[in-house]
Write a protein that binds this ligand. Structure first.
Ligand code: LLP
Length: 414
């Protein structure tokens, strides 16, 4: 049976009274603890950790993480604007995005934001607009690894980064615009196999050697985090120690002592957040069918189960001594709005406390790619409010949305 990460039934009840359900609750203490673990990552010639804010870009979370001394990796010009709005210095922000900036192009790079080109076209555009600048590029090392097909972003089927056989074209573009390649980057997926991640470290170092001004090698994020008690988290110290040796061996044969960067998102946020909700209904499809436990939240608020068949701990807060097997589903009018489904889209059952309508429920592992990656306002359900738990005190950091907030921006032409 799964257990609560940092909440207590009393805190859950107090949050539900304060803002209703569903609602996200983040733990400041847990975020800070994860930051300390990441900052202790073994390294040989200097180290910098970035937070991949796409996991959870809430301004309050950015400030907590900045306060611990981490830098940031943004996935769009709008995430860069978010960081600047939070008062984060531009030189602590790196942009690694699939889309080249447009609306805020001048503003962000004239402010000093670091650019990590993810295609030859991006490098060309950046060179055209900012000749003579320092630049990084993201390499597709030819292989990748993720917890599922949709989170593997390396290898021939991934559009991310510049293919590893095209480094001559990088040099040509850099020379054309007097760009100095000072950093190189690779990110191969989320929930990646540590063995693949280690192998890619060596490939990335070999690529860095082709660019004499490179001083920093960023090996991306992707560290596995156990959300379910049956899963296993990547041991940062163990993979870090291995990669530290790779850097030292590389330096002994090339003389190139590279500074290391990593940029986790999941590791810093996944188990720092919980989604509280309630049992809305219990239905079944007969003796041969299923028993459905219906929650008052769903894919509009937490999309990972529907998108990846990801498993999240689901804990009912009641005093039932009995348990029951349920298919646990969401409240959207979609047959795919299910929390218990396997990768072949087959319904599975979860054994939880025997439920009563109105029971409070906690969904754990909801701090990363949940609020940030949700199908906001699907079925016109309001966006879930968010709370920060600090020193056992709950503070509202995203107010409950009302239907009026959803309708206000809509224009009915006359
Ligand atoms: N750096 C880059 C360039 C990335 O694209 C990502 C994640 C990260 C770092 C951080 O990876 P992490 O440490 O969070 O695994 N939505 C999926 C995860 C996909 C993340 C996409 N990029 C999920 O819900 O698991």
């Amino acid at each position: 049976m799964e257990t609560l990460n940092f909440l207590t039934p009393e805190i859950v009840r107090s949050a539900a009274e304060k803002v209703g359900t569903p609602a996200y609750i983040y733990s400041q203490e847990t975020i800070e603890k994860r930051c300390s673990e990441v900052l202790a990552f073994p390294n040989a010639y200097g180290f910098n950790a970035r937070y991949a804010l796409k996991a959870n870009p809430h301004l309050a979370i950015l400030k907590i993480i900045e306060g611990k001394g981490l830098h940031f990796d943004a996935s769009s010009e709008y995430e860069v604007m978010r960081c600047l709005h939070a008062g984060i210095p531009a030189d602590k922000i790196q942009l690694t995005g699939q889309q080249f900036p447009k609306k805020h192009l001048k503003e962000i790079f004239e402010a000093g934001v670091l650019f990590n080109a993810c295609s030859l076209r991006q490098l060309e555009e950046f060179g055209k607009n900012f000749p003579g600048s320092n630049v990084s590029f993201r390499i597709n090392p030819g292989t990748g690894s993720g917890s599922n097909r949709k989170t593997n972003v390396g290898g021939p089927s991934a559009s991310f980064g510049i293919w590893h056989e095209y480094t001559d074209q990088i040099t040509k573009i850099a020379d054309k615009y007097q760009l100095k390649v000072t950093r190189i980057h690779s990110h191969i997926g989320s929930g990646s196999d540590p063995e693949v991640w280690k192998a890619v470290a060596e490939m990335t170092l070999a690529q860095a050697d082709k660019f004499p001004d490179v001083h920093t090698v960023n090996l991306g994020g992707g560290f596995k985090v156990a959300r379910m008690s049956s899963e296993k988290s990547t041991d940062l110290q163990s993979v870090g120690e291995f990669v530290k040796q790779v850097f030292i061996t590389h330096a002994s044969s090339t003389g190139n002592e590279y500074k290391l960067e990593i940029e986790p998102g999941t590791y810093l946020s996944a188990n720092c957040g919980s989604l509280i909700c309630e049992v809305d209904d219990i239905t079944d499809t007969g003796a041969e069918g299923y028993k459905f436990l219906k929650l008052n939240t769903g894919m509009d608020t937490i999309t990972r189960p529907a998108l990846y068949a990801s498993e999240h701990p689901i804990i009912l807060l009641n005093d039932s001594s009995e348990t029951e097997d349920y298919v646990i589903c969401g409240h959207c009018c979609e047959s795919g709005d299910v929390f218990t489904v396997d990768e072949s889209d087959t319904l599975t059952e979860r054994n939880v406390a025997k439920a009563n309508i109105g029971d409070l429920v906690v969904i754990e592992g909801a701090g990363a790619y949940c609020a940030s990656m949700s199908l906001k306002n699907y079925n016109s359900f309001p966006t879930a409010p968010q709370l920060l738990l600090k020193d056992n005190e709950l503070k509202v950091i995203l107010a409950p949305q009302e239907i009026q907030d959803i309708l206000a921006p809509e224009i009915v032409p006359n």
